[in-house]
Design a protein around this ligand. Structure first.
Ligand SMILES: [Zn+2]
Length: 429
């Protein structure tokens, strides 16, 4: 039995509303340190002489990052894997390649169809590979004008903050209905209650390194805070991707001081996001990296405020597995992550529970039907659970298939829940 998400009706099981469900996920925030492998985290930790903020998150894992055509990924393929759950060739932005070249639905698009707001925030120029994989579809990460056009006309995130130029322009954004801000002062002058589509185009390249000072341009934590101010206005919640994009660049340069500076600013950003979440029980924060850059190896801690002793093995990327940290609703699913495609599953809370003997479907309020293939005459017990961890399977009803399909349609106003069908006579796992 494979649950499929098609809308055709045969047997319609109207699911009864039952009290006592956990809150649905409202806000999903994915923080990506570009090029931030485990040794980059260690180097910054030694310099700070304390754990980075996200190292204290309760659920952690490590994942591999290989792309479809190379054990060493680039940011386009890795971000596509996280955004879409599919491996693609290096350089590809959310298209099925290898494959038929069709557009892969990204997390941003998935959540937008759930009426959530969306934001992309980065310290690179905004059309760079990582944000592009969430908000655009093109055969090459170098198609910057195409990426900008996809942002402005196709995916239209409410928040689009990063370096300017490189395919993006104030006039194009204004023509597409965006408010454009170009400096830190502009950013903080926004009326975030009324702002609906905001394009931050800060400078004409990547943002400067933290180490060198940002001048009149905003820092990553500042962009993230304003993004939250705008996105939290949406009653359906939001998806936000925040990238520390220049950890990678300092890694390519084997520049430890700038590498540490960028990693610390990224950690500070996560801390502000976590503080924003406060005591909310409806928000998931995932922190990870797209790949490691530089082959960094930290040899000795030289104390607070002093660079540790390190070696670098390359000026390129490596296949070193990268860390995953998670906090919030369903964050424990992150402990199951071993491959970068599974970030996608965690973000939409459909990570499969390995011990399950039957497939799990998912439905949300009234907007989705789950279809199982089944032989006519097969009888099943339908069960539901409000969360995957802990599993809390509750029998719902017995149903017999009269055709080749069984459909569950949740037509009541209930939060996110998961369903399974147990063949009658089979042991419940
Ligand atoms: Zn890189």
């Amino acid at each position: 039995m494979k649950p499929r998400r098609l809308v055709t009706g045969f047997i319609l099981m109207e699911v009864l509303a039952i009290d006592g469900f956990a809150a649905p996920i409202r806000n999903i925030i994915l923080c990506i340190g570009d090029g931030m492998g485990p040794e980059q985290v260690k180097a910054a930790r030694y310099y700070a002489s304390t754990n980075l903020f996200f190292e204290t998150f309760p659920y952690q894992s490590t994942m591999i990052t290989d792309s479809a055509d190379n054990p060493v990924t680039d940011s386009a393929a890795s971000a596509t894997a996280m955004a879409s759950g599919q491996k693609v060739n290096n350089g590809v932005i959310s298209l099925s390649l290898p494959g038929d070249g069709s557009e892969l639905r990204t997390l941003l698009e998935y959540f937008t169809t759930k009426d959530k707001a969306a934001g992309l925030v980065t310290t690179t120029y905004v059309t760079h590979a990582t944000p592009a994989a969430f908000g655009a579809h093109t055969i090459s990460r170098n198609n910057l004008s195409e990426i900008a056009a996809d942002y402005l006309t196709q995916t239209r995130p409410q928040v689009l903050f990063g370096g300017g130029a490189n395919g993006m322009s104030p006039s194009a954004a204004v023509n597409a209905g965006y408010t454009v801000v170009t400096t830190r002062d502009d950013l903080f002058s926004l009326n975030t209650t009324d702002a609906s589509l905001v394009s931050g185009q800060f400078g004409t390249d990547h943002l400067p390194y933290e180490f060198d000072g940002l001048g009149d341009l905003p820092r990553l934590p500042e962009m993230a805070v304003v993004a939250l101010d705008i996105l939290e206005e949406d009653p359906d919640g939001f998806f936000l991707m925040v990238e520390g994009g220049r950890i990678d660049h300092a890694g390519h340069s084997n520049d430890l001081s700038r590498n540490i500076g960028e990693t610390l600013a990224f950690s500070e950003t996560v801390e502000l996001i976590r503080n924003w979440a406060g005591s909310r029980s409806d928000t998931l924060i995932i922190v990870t990296a797209d790949h490691e850059t530089g082959g960094l190896d930290v040899l000795a801690d030289n104390g607070p405020g002093v660079n540790p002793t390190v070696t670098w093995s390359t000026t390129g990327h490596t296949a070193t597995p990268v860390p995953v940290y998670a906090w919030g609703l369903n964050a424990d699913l992150a402990t199951t992550v071993a491959d970068n495609t599974e970030i996608h599953q965690v973000a939409i809370s459909t990570a499969l529970v390995p011990e399950q003997a039957v497939d799990i479907g998912q439905a949300e309020t009234g907007d989705m039907q789950i279809i199982w293939t089944a032989a006519a005459g097969d009888a099943y017990r339908a069960e539901y659970t409000p969360t995957l961890k802990p599993l809390d399977w509750t029998p719902l009803m017995t149903v017999t298939s009269t055709s080749s399909r069984l459909v569950i349609a949740d037509t009541n106003a209930v939060p996110l829940r998961f369903y399974r069908l147990i063949p009658l006579g089979a042991e419940s796992p």
